[in-house]
Design a protein around this ligand. Structure first.
Ligand code: IMP
Ligand code: MG
Length: 179
């Protein structure tokens, strides 16, 4: 049996995720009230969350996507990022909200945030569907980067569903599960 073919236990139901999304969307809508937003989703994992979240945000939004893969494993803090597909929106002078599926070590997001700031964005914030917490009760990404908005807390576990994969499987599950 493959590691990805184990039984999946529900961690957060579709209803719990929807509740969290409503809360984040309200915070974002309040914070950017009277302003415009450029939402940048990180492919592939963020596509499900972003589709739900953006429909709950009530400030004017544009959307773009970027596809990245991190060279760095958890043991390598190189932070170097491979941009496989870049966005084509000019970010200069815009309020950018990076939308990510899950914030783990933060290497992906800290690097990407620097890149977008370097391109001249007016502001850059991070919204993650979930944040991983370590055994010390702190976000694993503490000291590297933090999420300005996030929905759910995940303890030190590997989760799938709602956009997240194990070897490309399970992204279509409507809930978040533990393998
Ligand atoms: P970071 O650079 O370590 O924060 O990497 C975050 C990326 O790793 C996420 O965008 C996910 O693609 C992947 N990832 C981290 N934890 C999980 C998990 O529990 N399940 C599936 N993918 C994960
Ligand atoms: Mg991924």
């Amino acid at each position: 049996m493959n590691d990805c073919d184990k039984k999946i236990e529900t961690l957060y139901s579709a209803e719990e995720i929807a509740e969290a999304n409503k809360r984040i969307a309200k915070e974002i809508s309040d914070d950017y009230s009277g302003d415009e937003l450029l939402i940048v989703g990180i492919l592939k994992g963020a596509f499900v969350f972003m589709a739900d979240l953006c429909r709950l945000i009530d400030v004017p939004c544009c959307m773009d996507f970027i596809c990245v893969s991190s060279y760095g494993s958890k043991t390598v803090s190189s932070g170097s990022l491979d941009i496989r597909l870049d966005m084509n929106t000019d970010v200069r002078g815009r309020n950018v909200l990076i939308v990510e599926d899950i914030l783990d070590t933060g290497l992906t997001l800290s690097t990407l945030k620097e890149i977008i700031i370097g391109r001249g964005a007016k502001s850059v914030k991070i919204c993650a569907m979930a944040v991983k917490y370590g055994d010390d009760g702190k976000p694993v990404s503490d000291g590297v980067v933090s999420a300005d908005y996030y929905g759910l807390r995940i303890d030190n576990q590997f989760v799938v569903g709602y956009g997240l994969d194990c070897a490309e499987k399970y992204r279509n599950l409507p809930y978040l599960g533990i393998l």
